[in-house]
Design a protein around this ligand. Structure first.
Ligand code: GUN
Ligand code: ZN
Length: 445
């Protein structure tokens, strides 16, 4: 047994429970060790205790760095990697002017594989080891992402975008075609290796009620798939939706009527919800993917985490690249903090880290596999250097002098000042994926 083990020395940090309204929600071992065997977590503990038990196994020294579970991005569009940071306008114009033209190119396998490759590199460089991603309407775009992730055994959740109206020719399907293509992809990829499928009606503006109902039936036929869509991101989007789908009490009601509101449904954004909508999402056990950098970039509005917590809705964080402005979940957390500050809720760093690790794993019902260092979990982990820039080093020295270099202050510093430079290494199933700081990464296959 021991000959297959590897020990990593460093500060060990992971959640055991939600930190919202609770203490004792995490494990932090400053002089710690993590033991991996065959791609799984075997043990964590103090370095001295672990070392005395596993005297002769190979060891990697990450002293001064934090070993934590890989970050999870719950909402991201891989097909928008090349249109990140496009100037001006709000959601619907942004979709028409930049997004749809870029997504049209994904009928080309070459293009899809090229973007998928960069996309996966960017995730790894930023310490993201799992994501829930939107490709495009083209089946080959899904193939490219699943294949690229599979080539490095990375866990990914994605599924063909369904759009049968209000989009350019070349970017639409229809009910029959959308179902057939989705079924074929589910049969091929869902639970194949670490891949999982998300039935993906883009949003109510680009899908007919018939297509959304088909999507709900498809999910019922494969009940351990997910559903992902967008909800209440932008005020004009809400008005357009209710004009297109007459006779519904509110935006969420369109998805409810279609049968899309389940405990495996991820709803992107959810900024402008009524109390009733929030309550119904909470009761259904659906998941709100909060995407702060995107919401600020498109001027969509400010999501209220405190209200969502009070309604006991499940909330997780997403980058929403390419409306989101960074692949870094640290930056995503930082912008979330600033939004909540504006709304009078100085959210703790523990909450944002939880909602990018174990909290997301739990919402996805994957907590036995990812998101923590529980024995038997898949060894997707990152090595985080909390002080890489001169300013971060000064901040660290200041806090150390004051005896306040706590894990909470380290995490808060990362989310406010951190980015890809703080990710020293990213491991997938216990295998290091190259040096994440180099500008051009070669995936170690
Ligand atoms: N709503 C429907 N599609 C999209 C998209 O691609 N990005 C964002 N931010 N919102 C959407
Ligand atoms: Zn989105």
């Amino acid at each position: 047994m021991q000959e297959k083990c590897h020990l990593y020395k460093g500060a060990v940090f992971y959640f055991t429970d939600s930190p919202v309204n609770r203490k004792d929600s995490y494990v932090y071992i400053p002089n710690g060790a993590l033991v991996i065997t065959e791609g799984k977590i075997l043990e964590t503990g103090s370095y001295d205790a672990v070392k005395s038990k596993y005297m002769s196994i190979p060891e990697t020294d990450y002293s001064g760095k934090i070993l934590m579970p890989g970050l999870i991005d719950a909402h991201i569009h891989y097909s928008q990697t090349e249109i990140i940071g496009m100037y001006g306008k709000q959601l619907l114009d942004w979709l028409n002017d930049y997004t749809f033209p870029a997504e049209m190119n994904f009928n080309s396998p070459e293009h899809a594989f090229r973007i998928a490759d960069t996309f996966i590199h960017e995730l790894l460089r930023n310490g993201t080891t799992t994501c829930v991603a939107y490709p495009t309407v083209h089946p080959v775009s899904v193939e490219a992402l699943f294949q690229t992730a599979s080539s490095i055994n990375m866990r990914i959740i994605t599924g063909k975008v369904l759009m049968d109206k209000n989009a350019p020719d070349g970017l639409t399907d229809n009910v029959v075609e959308g179902e057939k293509e989705s079924r074929q992809l589910i049969e091929k990829w869902h639970k194949n290796g670490r891949n999982l499928y998300a039935v993906t009606p883009r949003f109510a503006i680009t899908s007919s009620m018939e297509q959304m109902q088909m999507a709900a039936h498809l999910h019922k036929a494969y009940p351990d798939t997910y559903i992902q869509t967008h909800l209440s991101e932008n005020l004009n989007e809400i008005t357009s939706t209710l004009n297109l789908h007459k006779g519904h009490s509110d935006y969420l009601n369109v998805y409810e009527k279609a049968g899309l509101l389940t405990d495996r449904t991820l709803l992107g954004h959810c900024i402008h919800l009524s109390e009733s909508e929030l309550k119904r999402i909470s009761n259904a056990g659906a998941i709100i993917a909060h995407c702060p950098t995107s919401n600020l970039f498109l001027g969509s509005g400010l999501f209220d985490m405190q209200k969502a917590n009070a309604a006991e809705a499940q909330t997780v964080l997403g980058s929403d690249v390419g409306a989101g402005t960074s692949f870094s979940m640290f930056k995503t957390m930082g912008e979330s903090y600033k939004i909540m500050q504006t709304l009078g809720y100085p959210m703790s760093a523990l909450e944002t880290f939880y909602k990018s690790t174990l909290g997301t794993a739990k919402a996805l019902k994957l907590e036995d596999k990812i998101g923590s260092f529980r024995t038997g979990s898949e060894a997707d982990f990152i090595v985080v250097d909390p002080a890489v820039t001169p300013t971060q080093q000064l901040r660290k020295e200041y806090l150390m002098r004051a005896n306040k270099w706590t894990i909470e202050n380290q995490l808060f510093g990362l989310q406010i000042t951190g980015d890809d430079r703080n990710i020293s290494a990213t491991y997938i199933l216990g295998v290091k994926k190259s040096d994440t700081r180099s500008s051009h990464l070669a995936l170690e296959k």
